[in-house]
Design a binder for this molecule. Structure first.
Ligand SMILES: Nc1ncnc2c1ncn2[C@@H]1O[C@H](COP(=O)(O)OP(=O)(O)OP(=O)(O)O)[C@@H](O)[C@H]1O
Ligand SMILES: [Mg+2]
Length: 149
């Protein structure tokens, strides 16, 4: 679907967070600078608002690989796996270890081979103008068939 602006993106995000549950995973695919962190920021801030928490700054986790947020009675883990090039590094992160009650937003998730059952994959592409993007959704498990209106 075509997203004309950041305002429109924010509307789509509100539909996503209606459905988001702890233990969900969202994979964000798309080339450098297309808007993966921007979309993550909107998801995090909207979840904070929904749970009556103050909105926090959301920085790109490119260098830290992971930033963690309180978004209610659960945590949200925002990953950027761009700098990882070995699957051992990935194993060390323990993203999908048991008993991790949290939402995961993952940029550059291509390296992940063992994917969780309940997940939403979002594909971002540049549009025809500066502020325009193309978004495609691919849902699995509880997210199967998801599409924003
Ligand atoms: N409709 C839109 N959706 C998302 N981002 C947009 C949109 N229009 C303009 N932008 C701008 O595009 C830029 C996207 O940068 P962002 O850091 O989110 O990309 P990224 O995909 O996370 O990059 P990286 O691969 O380096 O992690 C931001 O400056 C954002 O304001
Ligand atoms: Mg990013």
């Amino acid at each position: 679907m075509i997203i004309e602006s950041l305002e429109k993106l924010n509307k789509i995000v509100k539909e996503i967070i209606q459905k988001i549950k702890k233990e969900d995973t969202i994979f964000l695919f798309g080339e450098i600078g297309v808007g993966k962190t921007t979309l993550s920021r909107l998801i995090i801030n909207n979840l904070q608002i929904k749970n009556n928490l103050p909105e926090t700054e959301v920085l790109s986790p490119t260098f830290n690989i992971l930033y963690e947020y309180d978004v209610g009675d659960y945590k949200l883990m925002h990953y950027d796996l761009y700098r990882l090039n070995k699957s051992e590094d990935l194993d060390q992160l323990g993203i999908f270890d048991q008993n991790k009650n949290n939402i995961k937003l993952i940029e550059w998730a291509e390296i992940i081979k063992k994917k969780p059952e309940n997940r939403l994959e979002i594909y971002l592409n540049y549009g025809k103008t500066d502020g325009e993007r193309n978004l495609d959704f691919k849902g699995f498990g509880g997210w199967k068939g998801f599409n924003a209106s």
